[in-house]
Design a protein around this ligand. Structure first.
Ligand code: URA
Length: 202
């Protein structure tokens, strides 16, 4: 079993907060373990809670469409959520639930080690872009400690506000360019490391 599968198994047994009493299934996340891109949503909804898988309802259908726009599919990325259990009645996650659940997400990020983290919606954005507003920063990226963080609206937002559909698509279409930049930086850094090693050998 890989370290990530072991971690997700541990998450499936989590009893750290009240949500454990109401959930049907924990939704740790899914995708490829060494994905270049990790998408982070908010919390499981009703469908996710029933199936134990992220983004399997209407928002997930739109997410699949968005991935398709940039020739990606779920077998090439990783999808997780800020909190791993469904809040009753789909209410917003509470601050304490987010704090309690955060170490799980941090460990997933460490193991997956993505080049880009795409935050979907304001709860996910708030973890990595504190004090920012989604209306202002969607479609923009920041780099910290070798990871590019990219903020997008939550796909579910487009289900309630049709006019956001186009905005979300436009933001999605910027991801390939970001990935190319990330790979370029990694390649350049690798070349520099090799150069430095060669200098030491001389
Ligand atoms: N919305 C989310 O934020 N995550 C899911 O997994 C499903 C819907």
């Amino acid at each position: 079993m890989s370290a990530l599968s072991e971690l997700n198994e541990e998450i499936r047994h989590c009893q750290k907060c009240e949500l454990a009493r109401y959930r049907n299934q924990v939704v740790p996340g899914e995708g490829v373990e060494n994905a270049d891109i990790m998408f982070i949503g908010e919390a499981p909804g009703r469908n996710e809670d029933q199936q134990g898988r992220p983004f399997v309802g209407p928002a997930g259908k739109f997410l699949d469409e968005l991935l398709d726009l940039i020739d990606l599919n779920r077998q090439q990325i990783y999808i997780a959520n800020v909190i791993k259990c469904r809040p009753q009645g789909n209410r917003d996650p509470l601050p304490q639930e987010i704090i309690t659940c955060r170490p799980w997400l941090e460990r997933q990020i460490e193991l997956i080690n993505p080049q880009i983290i795409v935050t979907l919606g304001r709860y996910s954005m708030a973890l990595f872009f504190p004090q920012k507003s989604i209306g202002k920063i969607h479609g923009t990226a920041e780099k910290h400690d070798d990871i590019i963080y990219y903020a997008m609206y939550h796909p579910a937002a487009a289900l309630h506000q049709q006019n956001l559909r186009e905005t979300i698509k436009v933001d999605m279409l910027k991801i390939p360019q970001l990935l190319a930049q990330a790979k370029n930086i990694t390649e350049t850094e690798k070349k520099q490391e090799i150069k430095q090693m060669n200098m030491f050998e001389v």
